[in-house]
Design a protein around this ligand. Structure first.
Ligand SMILES: CC(C)(COP(=O)(O)OP(=O)(O)OC[C@H]1O[C@@H](n2cnc3c(N)ncnc32)[C@H](O)[C@@H]1OP(=O)(O)O)[C@@H](O)C(=O)NCCC(=O)NCCS
Length: 169
């Protein structure tokens, strides 16, 4: 899969350089993530000016959500180092959990279903158009093929493809 830097990518330690961008650099997905990080940071520290900065982050989040066409809730639990190379159509359920250094290609859905929402371990790569539905768990370093519909757990390091998703290795 392109954009992958295995085997050096950690499943535990967030690589924040994957989300960094220069000031005024046009990088909508990283700007969207920055607004989420900013909101959650200012929510956590209760300084007097935090409320204002939180509201500013909400406005930035709305703007970049419109630009990217991604639906990523501002309260989402996302580990550091998330890559969204083409953020359009990425939809994430508010209860989903994403581990560090994951990668979501365009049109990915982490959706609610039986029992809740998905949990992605660290360094999980999800191919374009894949749908991961319900309270499934994807192990660290696992991969999901383009357009797969994942309805069952994926073991650590495994690859899941097809509809419904099946493990190929
Ligand atoms: C799933 C994926 C990571 C597997 O890559 P791989 O480990 O190199 O696997 P291979 O290409 O050797 O394929 C292994 C088998 O899985 C099948 N397969 C691979 N990807 C598949 C997919 N998305 N859907 C269904 N079957 C798939 C292959 O046909 C092959 O089947 P076979 O053994 O019966 O011949 C890759 O195919 C993929 O889907 N990557 C997504 C990339 C993406 O979304 N890029 C977007 C860029 S904008």
């Amino acid at each position: 899969m392109t954009h992958r830097l295995e085997p050096t990518v950690s499943a535990l330690v967030p690589d924040w350089s994957r989300e960094s961008k220069r000031c005024f650099e046009w990088h909508p997905s990283r700007s969207l993530l920055a607004s989420i990080r900013s909101y959650q940071r200012h929510r956590a520290n209760g300084y007097p000016h935090s409320g204002l900065l939180r509201r500013l982050a909400v406005l930035r989040h709305r703007f970049w959500s419109a630009v990217t066409g991604a639906d990523i809730p501002i309260n989402c639990r996302i580990g550091g180092g998330l890559l969204l190379p083409h953020p359009n159509g990425v939809v994430i359920h508010p209860d989903a959990v994403i581990g560090p250094n994951c990668l979501l290609f365009q049109q990915t859905t982490l959706g609610g279903g039986p029992g809740g929402a998905p949990t992605l371990g660290g360094h999980v790569d999800v191919g374009a158009g894949a749908k991961i539905l319900g309270a499934v768990r994807l192990g660290a370093h696992s991969k999901v093929g383009a357009n797969a519909v994942v309805l069952q757990d994926v073991p650590e390091g495994a690859t899941c493809v097809g509809i419904p998703g099946r493990i190929i290795g």
